[in-house]
Design a protein around this ligand. Structure first.
Ligand SMILES: NC(=O)c1ccc[n+]([C@@H]2O[C@H](COP(=O)([O-])OP(=O)(O)OC[C@H]3O[C@@H](n4cnc5c(N)ncnc54)[C@H](O)[C@@H]3O)[C@@H](O)[C@H]2O)c1
Length: 414
């Protein structure tokens, strides 16, 4: 079988993770790139690891006829315009087999609806890339527990956390461009993981019906003068005027439509986690059993003492968003695989090969946007958002969070 030719749109941080992942995936060739910034690093990596031709195109319209799959690895604020260009290219005859959209699908429901409307014009199969659902550890937990959940019932509580010390690029910090703060950026991961890990084996990813969302958002670190000033100097983002949340927590209630049982998924995300680096944490409880996963617990540790500190290497070689270059470092030697980037690409390649849908598509991405918006609305109102109430669902269709509008100062301080 001919390899699937990927065309990357965007060649930044997440594209780099996918390139690492693709070294571990059969049947894909990195055929092309389109980007606003120079692509030297991405192209050099592609060539060094013989991932494909990695030809640089000036426009999506030029690249699309020469690839099988386009991957949207661009910032949230250009999602729609990039999608419009892809759809134009398909209408002009580019025979694409699928489109990948990195999380989040969109910043709010009106944008998510527009994304789906554009996709509907060309009937393009999609893969919504939510890597954490694809983590090997999540699969292993579900497999290991399958006989137990069969006998005792699926988990009733899942707690999912993602925390690090803050994003790598200015646009993430700007709530108007990114869509909010950490809830918009990382809440989508934990919402997806919680939903998925509560879902009984063999059932579709949207089997459990969301009933309600209750959330609390705050600005605990980056609103303080010292840190606010750092954001202003480094990224030109002013949290005294338009702040975003650096901590969010909440709970989603789901209902099993067959048993009527209510289940809980609790999430916590933060950009103020001043520990070694990125930590993904997930635990779950069912009747008579439990599981727990923590990416900072690596079998590999390296220690660099003060005397040796002059020879320090790049901190991020240890872990995504590493905070320290010395002391006892937690090292994850294959983060692309650990975090699920490898397996989400494998899932797509297999799905296309078998003419089946990917595990997660853009419709699922839209459901995650809805839950994210419900979390913002809940925090704004200080109330539980009832997702079984048609009026609440209608309100979410047009709702744009105050924080996303750049008007979060009243809510968060600033
Ligand atoms: N799955 C994850 O854990 C994860 C991690 C990081 C980022 N992401 C998501 O991936 C997306 C990209 O994030 P990133 O961290 O790579 O951002 P980034 O800022 O590091 O890179 C963005 C890339 O997009 C390019 N770009 C910008 N506008 C463009 C346009 N109009 N056309 C073509 N290229 C354009 C830039 O030149 C750059 O190469 C975001 O939506 C983000 O939420 C997901």
């Amino acid at each position: 079988m001919q390899p699937l030719r990927y065309g990357f749109i965007g060649g930044g941080f997440v594209a780099g993770f996918h390139l690492q992942a693709l070294r571990q995936v059969h049947g894909v060739e990195v055929a092309g790139f389109v980007s606003k910034d120079p692509l030297d690093q991405a192209v050099a990596f592609t060539h060094e690891h013989r991932l494909g031709e990695g030809r640089v195109y000036q426009t999506i319209g030029e690249m699309a006829p020469n690839v099988d799959v386009v991957a949207l690895f661009v910032p949230n604020y250009v999602r729609l315009e990039v999608m419009e260009e892809v759809v134009e290219a398909v209408k002009a005859g580019a025979p694409l087999k699928a489109l990948i959209c990195e999380k989040p699908l969109a910043r709010n429901m009106p944008e998510a609806r527009r994304m789906m409307e554009l996709l509907g014009q060309v009937n393009l199969p999609t893969a919504y890339f939510e890597n954490q659902v694809h983590m090997k550890a999540m699969k292993a937990i579900r497999q290991q527990l399958a006989p137990t959940t069969g006998a005792m019932g699926p988990p009733v509580l899942v707690r999912s956390n993602e925390e690090h010390a803050g994003p790598h690029n200015g646009w993430f910090w700007d709530p108007t461009r990114q869509g909010g703060g950490v809830m918009s950026d990382m809440g989508c991961h934990c919402l997806a993981v919680g939903w998925y890990m509560l879902t009984p084996p063999g059932k579709p990813v949207d089997f459990l019906r969301p009933q309600s969302v209750q959330a609390d958002l705050s600005l605990l670190k980056w609103g303080q003068p010292r840190w606010r000033n750092e954001l202003l100097q480094k990224y030109g983002v002013d949290y005294s005027k338009a702040p975003a949340e650096d901590f969010a927590t909440g709970i989603v209630t789901y209902k099993n439509p067959e048993t009527g049982r209510l289940l809980k998924a609790q999430f916590t995300v933060s950009w103020m986690y001043d520990k070694q680096g990125l930590r993904l944490l997930c635990d779950g409880l069912g009747a008579g059993y439990a599981f727990e996963f923590n990416t900072l617990k690596s079998p590999l540790e390296v220690f660099i003492g003060d005397v040796a500190a002059e020879s320090l290497a790049d901190a991020e070689s240890a872990l995504e968003k590493s905070q320290s270059t010395r002391g006892l470092l937690a090292i994850q030697p294959n983060e692309a695989d650990l975090y699920g980037y490898t397996d989400e690409n494998v899932d797509l390649v297999e799905a296309i090969g078998q003419g089946q849908p990917a595990l997660l598509d853009c419709n699922y991405g839209l459901e995650i946007v809805r839950l994210t918006m419900a979390a913002y609305l809940s925090a704004e109102r200080g109330a539980v958002v009832d997702l079984t109430d048609p009026a609440a669902l209608e309100e979410l269709e047009t709702y744009v969070p105050l924080i996303q509008q750049g008007r979060g100062a009243g809510l968060l301080g600033g």
